[in-house]
Write a protein that binds this ligand. Structure first.
Ligand code: ADP
Ligand code: MG
Length: 234
């Protein structure tokens, strides 16, 4: 089967000359479809840079990165926009919800411009928020707001869900509930899930853990004893 992503010699340099930052120093990896992959590494190691390039939000300096056999690094802006719209969902540390819209309306913002969306209330049911559809973000807890953000990201039925520090602003109990939702999405819809984090505990729920440091992969570990988020030791 074609991998979800096939990455070779990927580099990213921000700036130039003395102030140049080498955020990625040559990344090689194949990511199979349908897995939960956790990209683990210290702050500043280049995790978000890699996620943003694979998600079509940023461009590499050199090297190649293919999604399902289609090269991203040579796509023009239009093709990259279409790729993001049709195939990719994002979840960030801060939920980025529209404060003047209800949970349901925040999800509808995305389903209205998607080719093959699920019903917005179905997406909210998937994340356990069927009782909160008409609440505004300010009326929801942090964990609930993040679940709205996940519902919004999965409602367009993306192939890949990119999560950058999704539990970074949450306590461990709430974080666990959010990770459980990501696992439910992976199992129910078969979505490939890539979670970027510096929180080691998250690795316990992964199929595959990529240890990242200083812009490069140090080790890739297949997790034979994958835990459910409720079993994770923090
Ligand atoms: P991580 O997500 O692992 O914390 P990042 O990918 O955000 O790391 O950053 C990797 C390095 O690239 C850091 O040194 C960071 O300061 C730098 N960097 C990230 N984005 C930019 C940017 N837009 N301009 C300049 N430097 C950047
Ligand atoms: Mg980051």
């Amino acid at each position: 089967m074609t991998p979800a992503f096939s990455v070779r010699g990927l580099t990213k340099v921000y700036g130039e000359g003395h102030s140049a930052v080498h955020a990625l120093r040559g990344v090689d990896i194949d990511l199979p479809k349908g897995e939960i992959v956790v990209l683990l590494g210290p702050s500043g190691s280049g995790k978000s840079t890699l996620l943003n390039i694979l998600g079509g939000l940023d461009r590499a300096t050199s090297g190649t990165a293919a999604f399902d056999g289609r090269e991203l690094t040579t796509m023009n802006d239009r093709a990259l926009t279409r790729y993001r719209r049709d195939h990719v969902g994002f979840v960030f540390q801060f939920y980025n919800l529209m404060p003047s819209l209800t949970a349901l309306e925040n999800v509808e913002l995305v389903t209205e411009i998607s080719g093959d969306p699920m019903a917005p209330d179905e997406a909210l049911r998937l994340v356990g928020l069927e009782e909160r559809t008409h609440h505004f973000p300010a009326q929801l807890s942090g964990g609930e707001q993040q679940r709205v953000a996940i519902a919004r990201a999965v409602a367009k039925q993306p192939n890949v869900l990119f999560c950058d520090e999704p539990t970074g602003a949450l306590d461990s109990t709430t974080g666990r509930a959010v990770l459980q939702v990501l696992r439910d999405v992976n199992e129910t819809l078969g979505t490939t899930v890539l979670i970027v984090t510096h929180a080691m505990a998250t690795a316990q729920m992964a199929d595959r853990v990529i240890h990242f440091a200083d812009g490069a992969i140090r080790e890739v570990v297949e997790n034979k004893t994958k835990l459910s988020p409720s079993e994770i030791h923090w």
